[in-house]
Structures are given as C-alpha cells and as structure tokens.
Design a binder for this molecule. Structure first.
Ligand SMILES: Nc1ncnc2c1ncn2[C@@H]1O[C@H](COP(=O)(O)OP(=O)(O)OP(=O)(O)O)[C@@H](O)[C@H]1O
Ligand SMILES: [Mg+2]
Length: 281
C-alpha cells in the first residue's frame, strides 16, 4: 500500500498541484484523507481554518521476524504508513495478523528486523537501549487488562510514572488531579484499582498513560475487556481526548464498531496492511 496519508506523502499526492515560486502549495485530488484540501508550507487549510500538520510516525517496509527455536515467524512482512499529529487511527485484524507486534514497534518497546521507523523524525532502529528507553517517553500505553497495581489507589497508580521520572511531589499531585479530572474520575481517586469497575480501571490506565504528556497514545485492545456500553464510553473518552488535546491515538482492536469510530482504519492480514481507509464520520 502506498501509505501516503501524512503530509510527508505529498510527493505522491501532487495531482493538479499549483506551485508558486516562494511557497509549496498543493491541492490534493486523489489523496485519500486530504482530498479537496489545500496544503501550503506545512499547513492544511480546512473549512474550519488552517491546521499545521506534523508527521509523528513514518514507517517504511517494516518487518519483524521472531525466532521460535529454529522456526522463523514472520509477524510483519513489510508495512508502510505515516501518521500525523492529532490523528485517530485504528488497527483492525484477526488474531495473529501482527497488530500487537506493530504497536510494540511503534511504541519503541521492540526493534524491527528490517525497515525504517521514525518516531518524531528519529530512526528508532538505530538507537541504543538507553536511547530507545528515551524514545519510549514519547509514548503512552494502554493495554486490554489495564496493568494497574491492585494495591495502589487510582491516584497513586496515575502518579507512579511521574515518581519514577523524579518529578517533584507538589507538581506530581497537581498533575495527577488534573489527569483524574480529564478522565472523569476525580471522585474515585482514593479507590484501589480492585475497588473500581472495568471501565473505571481503564480510565485510570488512560490517565496514567497521559500523565507524562506523551506525543501519542497507543492502545492495545482497550475495550477488549469491557461490555459494549462501557466500551462505547471508553471510545467517547478517547475521541474527546484526541480532540481536546490534539493527541495522536492508535488503537488496536478486533471490534469493527470501535474501528469505525476512529478517523482512519488499517486492516491487517498476515503481517501486512491489507487496506488503509478513512471512515466516514
Ligand atoms: N515473542 C514472540 N515470539 C514468537 N512469535 C511471536 C511472538 N510474538 C508474536 N508472535 C507471533 O507473531 C504473529 C503476530 O502476533 P501478534 O501478537 O502481533 O498478533 P495480533 O494481531 O496482536 O493477535 P491478537 O489479536 O491475538 O492479539 C503471531 O503468529 C504470533 O504467534
Ligand atoms: Mg495482540
């Protein structure tokens, strides 16, 4: 697939472009997600005004082969795409298609076997272990089973990444309360995670992921353990955070209804992106 939804794909998208001497100015015609909009020097003009686009992820021919004893498992077989700041993307696909493998690479949790992966312009495959850990600070993770510490209350779970990062106590407290408010849980801050519902636990996990102010949020089956009503509410929250914070979000899901609520969906099959579609919303 061409993977040209980001502005970095403009070289492929200059159908009918009009270029003046001092500025780069294109009107996208065949470009899937930018159709009808005008690009001018890093900005997209929409009916709501001018929006600056920054590519946060650039992925080119990415492969990942696990070695299972003597057997190679080709989990990703050449995946390419770009994601712009503020986008809301879902990765949909059957079990074993490579969704989590891709998310782990994008989150700098693992290294690719081959291909290029730029996070905020930095080539992750060339980083040392320490630098990789540094790159991970750009990323907030949310997982299907919440991964909270059961004996800690909501507030302490959320505050933990800041404590590890050595943020002063006063600032930690203020940021934790702010994060709890942003997920609508200020009245549950003293509850241990074992005293929270599944939906509330996932909200705590989202607040914990956001507290370090990451440049994007990666969610692996965030609604997989929730009933359909709570899953809807989780998606309401994700959409709200995406809009209000201009937070880039990538959600892995098996659930087509969840995927359809995102702006753009990659469908994965056998380690490849079989389609990259913009959802009508
Ligand atoms: N650490 C590993 N070692 C060997 N093979 C692995 C490893 N992790 C994943 N795989 C294999 O890579 C392929 C892709 O796995 P991945 O976990 O990315 O799939 P997925 O799409 O997330 O599936 P699910 O929806 O079940 O979570 C599978 O065939 C899996 O068995
Ligand atoms: Mg998975």
């Amino acid at each position: 697939m061409s993977g040209t939804s980001g502005i970095s794909g403009r070289a492929d998208s200059r159908d009918n472009c009009c270029q003046t001497t001092n500025t780069k100015r294109y009107t996208f015609v065949n470009h899937q997600s930018l159709k009808g909009l005008t690009y001018c020097n890093g900005q997209i003009k929409t009916q709501f005004g001018v929006k600056t686009l920054t590519t946060v992820l650039e992925v080119q021919d990415l492969t990942k082969t696990y070695q299972l004893g003597s057997v190679p498992v080709e989990a990703l077989r050449g995946v390419s795409f770009t994601v712009d700041q503020g986008d809301l993307v879902s990765i949909l696909g059957p079990s074993g298609s490579g969704k989590s493998t891709l998310l782990n690479l994008v989150g700098a949790l693992d290294r690719p076997t081959a291909g290029t992966l730029l996070i905020n312009g930095v080539d992750v495959s060339k980083l040392s272990d320490n630098e990789l850990a540094e790159a991970r600070k750009n990323v907030g993770f949310v997982f299907q089973f919440f991964n909270l510490i059961p004996r800690l209350n909501a507030r302490d779970n959320i505050e933990l990444p800041l404590a590890i990062a050595g943020v002063p106590k006063k600032e930690r407290k203020a940021r934790t309360v702010e994060a709890l408010k942003s997920v609508g849980l200020e009245d549950r801050m003293d509850h241990k995670s074992s005293e929270l519902s599944g939906g509330e636990r996932q909200r705590v996990a989202v607040a914990r992921a956001l507290i370090t102010k990451p440049s994007f949020l990666l969610m692996d089956e965030p609604t997989g353990n929730l009933d359909s009503k709570t899953a809807q509410e989780m998606m309401d929250l994700v959409i709200e955070l995406n809009k209000s914070l201009n937070m880039t979000v990538i959600i892995v899901t098996h659930n087509k209804a969840v995927a359809l609520r995102t702006r753009r969906t990659f469908s994965m099959l056998d380690g490849l992106i079989a389609s990259d579609e913009v959802n009508g919303q």
